[in-house]
Design a protein around this ligand. Structure first.
Ligand code: PRF
Length: 376
């Protein structure tokens, strides 16, 4: 993997760059649609290529390991061959999903023991085996196993947790550096900064992660219930320490306004279920604000879903019709909402990139954030 920093904003820490992988280039800042089980829910790849213009998608080790399982992924020749996605894939390591999804889980020095949310079977994720699993999936970007403590963790809990994540990181790096990719394309490994909402822990963690000198770095443990201001404060602090010449990935964030604020603080990569999950439920993000498509007010509104939108669904369908689909629980509603939201997210980061390069990112962002947070 290669990262080229192309432009840094003068008035903020925003950057425009380019990541090159064996599956193609990624222009940053970028948003990565979440494809948990290897599928971006409700959106097929033709639309993901043409309308959304996704450059990289995310998959989850936890889900893919449990189903279809490694035997099938290996037999297929990796996830790219299995699902037909030809561009880059990043996989999350599984630790975060173990904690949010499995019923019965326990952390030890060795790793995370958990029971499958599918059939209750017992499994162990270690810093080593999640590298092996992600090699088998064939991810272009492999994530380290970490613990994401709750946003309001006290100092002692957050410190112990961070230290465990750091010890796990060393083990993960050892495994990554002593193994080879399976399918001929190269793979890279990102460590994850933790430390909850504590400034000195975040500082220690960012310094430790920076010292590992990997090709890219991630920031975890944010957007997990802490106030938004704390998230921005931690991102600013951490980005002041992480190397400037490597991509920075803020995990699991966020709303359109969160994206712009964090881009302004120097984040290059994002993922979040919000555009797809909220799209399925009828919450649409647009350049003028947020629409609840189930609202009575759209009942007889025959204007296009989003006149400024760049997806075909924005112009092809009316608000009244889309509202009808949601109210009738038609699966087409979820498909249209997901496609719209993802197209909007990718449009937003592309605009941000354009304004960074043109030099008016900071003023554009101020105006945009106000619009993005308006309820229509
Ligand atoms: N760690 C990992 N994945 C994540 C997170 C984390 O802290 C978050 C937190 N926002 C989302 N996804 N491995």
């Amino acid at each position: 993997m290669k990262f080229e920093l192309q432009h840094t904003d003068i008035k903020s820490s925003a950057r425009a760059g380019k990541i090159t992988t064996d599956h193609g280039e990624i222009e940053t800042p970028i948003f990565m649609p979440v494809g948990t089980v290897g599928s971006v829910k409700g959106v097929h790849f033709r639309d993901l290529h043409e309308d959304v213009q996704a450059q990289i998608i995310l998959g989850n080790t936890y889900h893919l390991y449990l189903r279809p399982g490694l035997e099938t992924l290996k037999a297929a020749g990796g996830l790219h061959k299995f699902n037909g996605w030809v561009k880059p894939i990043l996989t999350d390591s599984g630790g975060y999903q173990v904690f949010s999804l499995s019923d019965n889980r326990k952390l030890t020095e060795e790793g995370a023991v958990f029971r499958s949310h599918l059939d209750g079977s017992k499994h162990l994720f270690t810093p080593e085996n999640v590298v092996d699993i992600q090699r088998t999936i064939g991810a272009d970007i492999i994530m380290a196993l970490d613990e994401c403590p709750p946003g309001d963790s006290d100092y002692k809990y957050a410190k112990n947790s961070m230290e465990l994540t750091h010890r796990w990181l060393k083990r993960g790096i050892d495994r990554f550096d002593t193994t080879e990719p399976y399918y001929g394309h190269s793979q890279t490994f990102f460590p994850i900064v933790q430390g909850a909402g504590h400034r000195d822990l975040r500082t220690q963690s960012a310094e430790f992660i920076a010292e590992q000198n990997r090709e890219g770095n991630a920031i975890g443990g944010l957007a997990v219930g802490e106030p938004t201001e704390v998230m921005y404060e931690m991102v600013e602090l951490v980005n002041g320490i992480l190397p400037k010449d490597k991509p920075r990935y803020l995990m699991g964030v966020g709303t359109p306004a969160n994206l712009l604020e964090n881009i302004s603080l120097g984040v290059d990569m994002f993922d979040c279920v919000m555009p797809t999950r909220n799209g399925r439920n009828g919450m649409l993000f647009t350049s003028e604000g947020i629409l609840n498509m189930r609202n009575e007010k759209w009942k007889n509104d025959f204007s296009p879903v989003d006149p400024n939108g760049t997806s075909f669904v924005d112009h092809h369908y009316t608000k009244a019709y889309l509202r009808h689909l949601y109210i009738s629980k038609e699966m087409l509603a979820a498909q249209i909402g997901s496609l719209h939201n993802l197209t909007f997210y990718l449009w937003l980061v592309k605009e941000a990139r354009k304004h960074i390069i043109e030099g008016d990112f900071a003023s554009w962002k101020e105006v945009m954030v106000k619009k993005l947070t308006t309820r229509l």
